[in-house]
Design a protein around this ligand. Sequence first.
Ligand SMILES: Nc1nc2c(ncn2[C@@H]2O[C@H](COP(=O)(O)OP(=O)(O)O)[C@@H](O)[C@H]2O)c(=O)[nH]1
Ligand SMILES: [Mg+2]
Length: 254
Amino acid sequence: MAFIAFIIGTAGSGKSLLTASFSEWLKVNEQNVATLNLDPGVIRLPYTPDIDIRDYITIDEIMEEYELGPNGALIMAADLIASEVENLSREIEEIDPDILLVDTPGQMELFAFRASGPYIASEISKEPRAIIYLFDSVFSLNPLNYVSNMFLSAAVYMRFLLPQVHVLSKCDLIPQESIETIIEWSEDRATLESAIEEKLEGTKRLLSHRLSRAIYQLGLNFPLIPVSAKTNEGFVELNAALERIFAGGEKITY
Ligand SMILES: Nc1nc2c(ncn2[C@@H]2O[C@H](COP(=O)(O)OP(=O)(O)O)[C@@H](O)[C@H]2O)c(=O)[nH]1
Ligand SMILES: [Mg+2]
């Protein structure tokens, strides 16, 4: 195995479709890629996972067994995933892919902000790991939302302490001009600060300004790669970013 990438982002940010399209794209580029679905609650996926947590844990069974509603069962399921880590590792070893894309639970707090997520990320394999963090482009159009997402992404980084690649997902849904604006915010803090000044007022302006400053002061930065899982835009750049992390720039696709 060469490496594992965990795809993380807020609900609906495009994790599952990116797992589907990027794995297909890697296959076309003759990569030995496998997919792992870690979302026990998902009903329909846009791909057929090679390894699937639903083979071990199902929400319906948990609801019945513990007399829980769907939300309680999802939280319980997120915790139970940790007890399946050995089964998942064994399946990964059997398949022995060069790249494993991990689609994480729909609601990111179930993975990132409970004990089980970082535990799974550290125990599932000894191979190099990274996180692909998704900024939903439609949501990120507003500087307030963009800064909130920086904050979430910093929180994810703090939890996992793994190399993190930042993606502007679903970029086919917003105009090219807006993509360029968001990319500029991600690369140049002065442009983000002037957008905050221009578009926000009062407490929202003050908090966004201070929060973005604080994140920069931590030394975290978030150059974004615009990607579309519908058109495959940005896959070359996403792949190159992963190559830089895992192979020090050596090719992992040919
Ligand atoms: N246009 C467009 N829609 C997308 C893209 N990625 C995901 N979607 C749609 O956004 C919705 C949520 O995507 P999904 O992958 O399920 O998000 P998840 O909750 O993060 O796994 C679905 O209806 C997808 O078809 C994209 O790149 N472009
Ligand atoms: Mg999903």
